[in-house]
Design a protein around this ligand. Structure first.
Ligand SMILES: Cc1ncc(COP(=O)(O)O)c(C=O)c1O
Length: 451
């Protein structure tokens, strides 16, 4: 950005910070009190990352909106960073949770819902067999372990600047040709050279070079990167990825946790991908912790021939006491059958298009060197003119100050964007008026920054 615009960022940030603090006295009070009993004053590490210097404390949420402890109402485009993509507390899910909670919460026994949900996941994603976990992180962790066991190979391959949850092997980035610890990663268990190969997204040549080494059990990837901004695959990339992994006996794990935004069967169904394993978590139970991982028939039968069914079954590093609990399965069933429906996706994607158009027009109107990208009902703006081709380009294009200002600017005008990047998600409860409220605030910010 031009120097004049950069100095505008500082001045605007100071003004917005002052307004935020003035208008959120109760959140500030709670944030100060929390310092005594919560590590870093927050219940979970990422909650330190809110733009106002202290987090907004939530009072209640419903649909696409929430209210804070100071009485402000917000349009929520963060939606729990996809965990509430269903909208907050969707009625069918709440009803199922209420009913199930009175009939048992967790048993270490299967319920009939497990069959219904696995069939529905099979219909949506095209993989015939499924298992359940509590988080997408766990689903990824279990998928990786199974891939190692099946192939007898030690390493995984991920793409530079990926994110798949708190999975040790994935906290790796590229420094030139070297695999290094991702900035900020805490307490790595073993040197990454022993566990991880990393290549740039969209780079078929490098992918092939690393996979043919013969020590890669699986490639773990989102079908489009969504955690360093949205970086879409170039034409032919997925075909090449599938061909190379098949040719080398490397398993392909597709993580649909965020890219479910592309449609009812995620990017996989929308683009006819054929992964060996697929993982998904976050919104599939309407906000109740739940995740699932699916297998191709080939992988499922190979696993069944190999996995123990005796007393060793519970100590293999896969599963968990509360995984597949009957409450989360009831919530998944209701969410898949009645909330994240085909019709809901059609509306959500239409709203995504409206959001994208509003932002693109404002960028154009104010002549800012920014752009906007969309994947289904997920929209993201980046403060650079060119679309990044890969994770390194996307990471290099970040602008921490401007990023903070935009989040705060929105927050002060009753709009919550996803932290860490400028991402917005549409839920079945989001309305055109909600989208237009963002467009108006975005236009106001763009106009101040361009002047
Ligand atoms: C693509 C992807 N996979 C997995 C995860 C992990 O999800 P969770 O933190 O719910 O385990 C995330 C979280 O942001 C994600 O973006």
């Amino acid at each position: 950005m031009a120097g004049s615009a950069l100095s505008a960022v500082d001045a605007l940030l100071a003004r917005e910070l002052e307004r935020f603090e003035r208008e959120h006295p109760r959140s500030l009070e709670l944030a100060r009190e929390a310092e005594a009993s919560l590590l870093q004053g927050v219940p979970m590490p990422w909650m330190v990352r809110w733009a106002g210097g202290f987090p907004v404390f939530a009072a209640e949420a419903a649909g696409a909106r929430f209210r804070d402890v100071d009485g402000h109402e917000y349009v929520d485009f963060c939606l729990g960073d996809t965990a509430a993509m269903t909208g907050h507390s969707p009625e069918p899910t709440v009803r199922a949770i209420e009913e199930q909670a009175r009939r048992g919460i967790t048993l270490m026994l299967p319920s009939e819902d497990a069959l219904v949900v696995s069939r529905e996941l099979a219909r949506r994603f095209g993989l015939p067999r499924w298992q359940f976990a509590l988080t997408a992180t766990d689903a990824n962790r279990f998928a990786i372990r199974l891939a190692r066991e099946l192939t007898g190979r030690p390493k995984i391959l991920v793409f530079n600047w990926c994110y798949h949850g708190t999975v040790d092997e994935t906290f790796a980035t590229l420094d030139g040709d070297r695999v290094v610890e991702r900035e900020g990663s805490i307490g790595k268990p073993v040197p990454l050279e022993e566990t991880t190969r990393v290549v740039e997204w969209n780079d078929v040549e490098d992918l092939e070079r690393e996979v043919v080494q013969g020590d890669v059990a699986c490639v773990l990837t989102e079908p489009a990167l969504t955690n360093i901004g949205i970086v879409l695959p170039e034409p032919g990339f997925h075909e090449a990825l599938r061909e190379i992994t098949r040719a080398t006996g490397t398993l392909l794990i597709v993580d649909e946790t965020h890219t479910i935004c592309a449609g009812p069967g995620g990017y996989t169904a929308a683009h006819g991908l054929e992964p060996d394993l697929l993982t998904i978590g976050k919104p599939i139970a309407g906000g109740i912790p739940a995740a699932a991982y699916g297998f191709s028939e080939d992988v499922a039968s190979r696993l069944e021939a190999m996995l123990p069914t005796d007393e060793r079954a519970d100590v293999g590093g896969i599963g968990g006491t509360a995984a597949a609990n009957v409450l989360s399965l009831a919530a998944m069933r209701a969410t898949l059958e009645e909330v994240l429906t085909d019709e809901a996706f059609a509306r959500m994607i239409e709203l995504g298009e409206r959001f994208e158009t509003g932002v693109a027009e404002a960028i154009e109107r104010h002549g800012l060197p920014w752009h906007v990208t969309r994947l289904g009902c997920r929209v993201e703006y980046l403060f650079r003119a060119e679309r990044p081709r890969n994770g390194a380009e996307a990471a290099a294009g970040g602008d921490a100050e401007l990023d903070r200002l935009m989040h705060l600017y929105m927050l002060n005008r009753g709009i919550l964007m996803t932290p860490f990047h400028n991402m917005a998600l549409m839920s079945p409860a989001t309305t055109a008026a909600d989208v237009d409220a963002h467009t108006e605030a975005f236009d106001e910010a763009a106009s101040e920054l361009a002047s």
